[in-house]
Design a protein around this ligand. Structure first.
Ligand code: LIP
Length: 261
């Protein structure tokens, strides 16, 4: 099915921004050996990508507002539309030359997610969705995994680290989940975790302490692929609360029970 005019705008902006990001990623792999390390370099890559996305989307859709990881909130004259953007999700992976990172763009209309794009440059995979029109990987229609039991499932989570998150809570949740599933993974990119739930690679994803821009696009991808997404209280406040549980419907129910017992 040909992409809509809106999705073409999002894809074209992403292609333009990702050209430099891919170039920078190839350079950062060389910087691993430098004493100073690549952290400042990655910050520049992040900022440059966000600047290109902001410029391209502002040109194509004048007046829309923005919520972006680096520049924060930019109010638009059109109060019904807001872009939610993470120009480089998986920043630490990028910094370490690990090819698991993504550009994530979501569009909100009157507070509802209506369009989503997650692009994984390292694998040249475009995950896209528009509300009511399904989710796609490049041009292949996506459905969440059909597995019905946790014992068959491979799930993914985000693991807090030095100076981040509630370590005891994560360990308690991981202990409960480990006893039920056939595998637990951690990629370092919420956007890719959600895209891979939408594509059936993972059966479920949960994480606490992440930002709206990490998850907004992925939420719509999973829902349009037939999955269920809630916050960790089973409600719909993920973007405000910063926590998320995404899965196929039967696995969501089992994961919620396991995580909250
Ligand atoms: C990352 C998230 C990931 C989380 C990391 C980090 P960033 O976002 O995508 O799921 O575990 O701690 O927050 O910072 O790379 O945009």
């Amino acid at each position: 099915m040909p992409a809509s005019a809106l999705m073409n705008v999002m894809i074209n902006a992403t292609r333009k921004a990702s050209r430099r990001l891919i170039r920078d990623f190839n350079e950062v792999e060389q910087l691993q050996v430098s004493v100073k390390g690549p952290s400042d370099f990655v910050t520049q890559a992040d900022l440059a990508c966000e600047k290109t996305l902001f410029e391209e989307l502002s040109k194509a859709r004048e007046g829309y507002g923005f919520l972006m990881e680096e520049q924060g909130t930019i109010q638009g004259s059109d109060k019904t539309h807001r872009w939610i953007i993470d120009p480089l999700d998986g920043t630490t992976n990028f910094l370490h030359g690990i090819p698991l990172f993504a550009i994530s763009i979501a569009l909100e209309r009157d507070g509802e997610l209506v369009a989503a794009l997650v692009y994984n440059p390292a694998m040249d995979e475009f995950y896209t969705a528009e509300r009511g029109k399904g989710a796609f990987l490049n041009d292949r229609r996506l459905r969440v995994a059909g597995r019905k039991t946790l014992s068959q499932s491979v799930v993914v989570t985000g693991i807090p680290h030095r100076g981040r998150g509630n370590h005891d809570q994560q360990l308690q949740e991981q202990r409960a989940v480990m006893q039920e599933v056939s595998g637990v993974r951690r990629t370092g990119s919420a956007a890719l975790d959600l895209a891979w739930v939408a594509s059936g690679r993972f059966d479920a994803y949960w994480e606490r302490g992440i930002q709206a821009w990490d998850m907004a696009a992925g939420i719509l991808l999973v829902r349009e692929a037939g999955g269920m997404v809630t916050d960790m209280d089973g409600k719909d406040d993920m973007l405000k609360k910063g926590d998320i549980l995404a899965a196929s419907v039967p696995i969501h129910k089992s994961m919620y029970k396991t995580l909250t017992k």
